[in-house]
Design a protein around this ligand. Structure first.
Ligand code: ADP
Ligand code: GN1
Ligand code: MG
Length: 368
């Protein structure tokens, strides 16, 4: 992860006042490079978030930024209209460059953008108490609600087929066949686990085709660390990392939150015996999510929430495994087998969810 920005260029392009004090890199995410910049103007500190987004992954930065600017304006307006106490911190505020665009491409075609840092918040990479996870559920449910009337046809698909599990599976099979990294031998058991569950990959895709599940404006990357929690109230006040906001299923958003947040271990825990689905955390999230999103969801969506959790965990597992087989070309990795470790963790969680599926269904029903 290179710290390859030129502060003078950034300052001039975004017309930033004050003296540059310094920056810190935030290494939470697997895709973007994030830097928190600090400026000082007449004794006042002002912070910004500078991000480099991968144009290898996001091939249409202009469309992506149009999506995000539109969606953030919509969320802000709604919160202002509702007099939400934290309306000034309820969404991201992007800054235009002197050329009027919300991003700029450097000579290596890297895409850079800048937005306001939000103060007095924290992010979680793991859940320490179930109340935070309840609040996460409320926040993502509310995000869904606020965008329910947003015109989804105005959004570009920033990564086509992002949660299309049939096409994800086909990509995965190709990675197995090509074995570009020559590491297939190390991943035999994981590949077998994934192939044995191919039929699951068709279930939601078929229901969309049959018109039984509605496409909504969804976030599509609902990891716990994509919520900013207020330091005082612990409420989830702002949903960030909006690059994948596009039409999708509510089940994707619900599922990915459970995958990451209700795991008793980290996404890249090496000891798989520590991995399991925490029923207590599952319940906290369902309760929070349905308290804000229930009225907007159909009966079939509610019924499929536990399956969504399993499918999103499976999908993430095949994505990590595919990247391992392709030679670590997509996700940032910290060591040689990192993607394989992540895939093992996801599959251990899938296996545990399979055992707990009836319990998950029972709990979900309680809050419908
Ligand atoms: P990535 O796509 O790499 O996950 P994110 O947009 O999620 O990037 O940002 C990475 C991290 O930076 C977040 O988890 C959060 O800790 C911090 N962060 C991002 N935006 C803000 C903001 N506006 N205010 C405060 N912290 C932020
Ligand atoms: C990536 O950028 P980040 O870290 O929030 C990925 C998600 C995966 C996640 C796995 C654009 O999310 O889809 O679920 O890693 N984002 C993209 O941790 O591929
Ligand atoms: Mg993120």
């Amino acid at each position: 992860m290179a710290t390859d920005f030129n502060i003078d260029i950034i300052r001039n392009l975004f017309n930033l006042p004050g003296d540059f004090v310094g920056y810190k890199q935030n290494t939470n995410g697997h895709i973007n490079s994030t830097f928190i910049l600090t400026f000082n103007e007449d004794g006042n500190t002002k912070k910004y978030v500078l991000q480099k987004i991968s144009t290898e992954i996001f091939k249409n930065p202009e469309g992506l930024m149009n999506n995000i600017v539109g969606v953030t304006k919509h969320i802000r307006k709604k919160n202002e209209d509702m007099n939400t106490p934290w309306a000034d911190r309820c969404t991201l505020t992007f800054l235009p460059t002197i050329n009027g665009k919300y991003f700029y491409l450097d000579e290596e075609n890297n895409c850079w953008r800048l937005y306001e840092f939000i103060d007095d918040v924290y992010t979680c990479n793991a859940i320490e108490n179930s109340n935070d996870f309840y609040n996460a559920g409320v926040a993502f449910g509310e995000f869904q609600n606020l965008l329910a009337d947003y015109d989804s046809t105005s959004l570009v698909e920033t990564i086509p087929n992002f949660h299309n599990t049939v096409s994800r599976f086909a990509d995965f099979k190709r990675a197995v066949d090509e074995n570009k990294s020559g590491r297939l031998e190390n991943a035999k058991e994981e590949v077998e686990f994934a192939i044995a569950r191919e039929k699951d990959t068709h279930i939601l895709v078929d229901l969309i085709t049959e018109g039984k599940l509605p496409l909504r404006v969804t976030h599509n990357d609902t990891k716990l660390n994509n919520i900013l929690f207020d330091n005082t109230t612990n409420k989830g006040i702002c949903i960030i990392d909006l690059d994948t906001v596009m039409p999708g299923l509510s089940l994707y958003d619900f599922g990915d939150s459970i995958r990451f947040g209700a795991n008793t271990a980290a996404e890249d825990e090496k000891d798989v015996s520590k991995v399991s689905l925490s029923i207590e955390l599952y319940e906290a999230y369902v309760k929070g999510y349905l308290s804000s999103a229930k009225d907007a969801l159909t009966d079939l969506e509610k019924e499929l929430l536990p399956f969504g959790a399993k499918l999103m965990t499976y999908e993430c597992g095949i994505r990590f495994l595919m990247d391992y087989l392709n030679g670590d070309v997509y996700f940032h990795t910290d060591y040689d087998d990192h993607n394989l470790v992540r895939a093992r963790t996801q599959f251990a969680l899938v296996a545990d969810m399979e055992k707990k599926m009836d319990e998950m269904l029972e709990i979900t029903k309680k809050y419908c």
